[in-house]
Unconditional design. Structure first.
Length: 339
């Protein structure tokens, strides 16, 4: 059905899957841990982080207990403490956005800057700036576009991600591995290897979404978010980021598609989109449509699905193509075409 020597994707015999390597992650703003400092500064950071954790634990508990709950009061969790935590999670040497502000410059006057930023966010006066477009080379020789946000936009996005993660980490399915706390490509690869060697998997479907981060429908994304986020101020913030536009060659372009790949919040938005577009649907298909065993591993928009029966693999591929197209996405033809 598929010759691994002719192509590196599509539906293949499962015995080849262990040679496929790990799923490839889309680049995003890293969130490294902050190095410990001695003395009062270290104690102070531990205290504000404890306050942030305690507050978000309450959200996390409520989200686990009430799976259908819409959270109508989330903005108050974006405090000076969460903004500070988000700031220290940023990469110190990251290239600046259109504001030209570096991490070191902002830290030099950090506390008054954070208090003023917090005040603007809460009275609705915060306005994100366009992201600066840059390009990085891909393995196939093409260029991958990245959006570099202004520093304050990274901070507010990071704080918002912390709040939303408290909700969505209890919602996301077990086979979703990309851009989640405590999960990475190694975990996805390990899960795939274990599943292939311990389950009845004879056929593998390897697929990804073409230009996913640039194709996401912003209208669908907001509808998905509103299943859990009832705080209109948070939705308004996210809409502002989506519509802030991209600056390239002196021209700002605003689109109704895409999430600004490379921004702090785009990985979470991507997972929310794929959770409703693919994950819940795939779980239901596995329960109701599959005739044999079936395993799923998703890392961002890279999907690996294993089947006991070839017929299930073919039917799932057809159904998946129709499903994602209903939500403005297209499967990459080179990586989903079976031979």
């Amino acid at each position: 059905m598929h010759d691994p020597e002719k192509s590196d994707s599509g539906i293949v015999a499962a015995k080849q899957a262990n040679k496929a390597g790990r799923p490839v992650a889309e680049p995003a703003e890293p969130r490294p841990g902050t190095k410990g400092n001695e003395g009062q500064q270290s104690t102070h950071r531990a205290q504000y982080r404890a306050r942030v954790t305690q507050a978000l634990d309450r959200v996390r508990k409520a989200a686990r207990l009430k799976k259908k709950e819409r959270f109508t009061a989330l903005l108050h969790h974006i405090t000076v403490d969460t903004l500070r935590t988000a700031f220290y999670a940023l990469r110190r040497k990251a290239a600046p956005g259109v504001d030209g502000m570096t991490w070191q410059d902002y830290e030099a006057d950090l506390e008054p800057r954070l208090r003023e930023l917090h005040e603007r966010v809460h009275r609705g006066a915060y306005r994100p700036q366009p992201s600066r477009r840059t390009y990085i080379p891909k393995a196939d020789g093409k260029q991958r576009p990245l959006a570099i946000a202004a520093l304050e936009d990274k901070i507010v996005q990071g704080a918002t991600v912390m709040v939303l993660n408290a909700i969505y980490e209890g919602d996301f399915v077990g086979f979703s591995y990309g851009f989640r706390p405590g999960r990475g490509p190694h975990d996805a690869l390990d899960a795939l290897t274990v599943a292939i060697t311990t389950r009845k998997v004879n056929w593998i479907l390897d697929a990804d979404v073409q230009n996913f981060f640039g194709s996401v429908s912003q209208d669908w994304l907001v509808q998905f978010l509103e299943h859990r986020v009832g705080d209109k101020r948070i939705i308004r913030l996210i809409r502002k980021w989506l519509r802030a536009g991209i600056l390239e060659d002196g021209v700002v372009t605003v689109d109704d598609r895409g999430t600004g790949q490379g921004s702090v919040i785009s990985p979470l938005l991507a997972n929310v989109y794929l959770h409703y577009c693919f994950d819940l649907w795939a779980e239901r298909w596995r329960r109701q449509e599959a005739h044999g065993d079936m395993i799923i591993v998703r890392y961002a928009d890279d999907l690996v699905v294993g089947f006991e029966h070839e017929d299930d693999a073919r039917r799932f591929l057809d159904a998946m193509r129709e499903r994602v197209e209903a939500f403005a996405l297209t499967l990459h033809s080179d990586k989903t075409r079976p031979d």
